[in-house]
Design a protein. Sequence first.
Length: 321
Amino acid sequence: MEQFLSDKKLLNQVDELLNNGEATFSVKDGSLMIPYIMNDAVESVIVLHECTLTGDLMGSAPAGTKAETAVDGQRRGLILHYPDGHVCTAWFSIAARATEGYDYSRIAHVWRGGLEHWRRVTNALGVIADKGYYLGGLACSQKEADLMALVTFGPLMDISPIQDSMQDYYREAPEGAEAMAVLAEEAGCPFFAKEVRKYARKPGTLRRKFLSWRMPKQEKILELLEKKIADAGGEYPVRTYEETAQQDVDARRQEVADKLLEKGFSGTYPVFNKGDIEITAYEEQPFAMLPDDTLDFRIFLFEKDRSGRKCRRSVMDIELL
């Protein structure tokens, strides 16, 4: 889906990227492509159609780069002033923002060991929140809107997929605690809901530490979050790629399915079962609209073993199958 951009909107969005140190540029099929937001949930790219360049274009704009727009007859221009004094102008016919939403419920990143199932959930909440922040509330479904407040509940977002707490990016707010309390009640965890509301009424370091300690032990809440994220993300299509890349992705998925079926599991990709064991294949997916050679397609097998009194969770390397 493409949305026309006026010169004012184009400049505002490019300035936003420059100010955040996130402005990158590449040429594809005669158009200048400027990624606006690229994450597991959505890819949104500013596209300057029928683009010609004067001056040298830098792939990544250095700090201090300034932008302005110009008009020359039928042509429109985006002018980049680099800190070293040189200038690059992109002349184009139409500016638009192309946006595609994707199913993020099948995606996982294993950047840190331990609590991988929780870290997958907090990452999904983060990409939903980012989509809403960059593209506006109308870009999110009601199911996603119901989940977004959770990113402002600190003890949950401390379970981060990266080394830093995601609370560094999503500031704690009272609505986050209330959203978690409601979720805990729905999951059948009234004690945790009560403690969350105590913390909301009277925040403090000790209560925060207690909730951060208890949060990863809330199996029922994790199960409910997994279901809600699956429901919300499942409303969007799965990423697809150009022919050769898609064939490779399909072959790797089939290889995983074949190995699990050989080991006595039943099911179809991405979910397989054998007795009390459930294995779900989650993926790291490269971007589709603007491929990035630094990103690779990977598959991780997330395992739940319900044979004991408590559900045991782990992540299996597909190379060990």
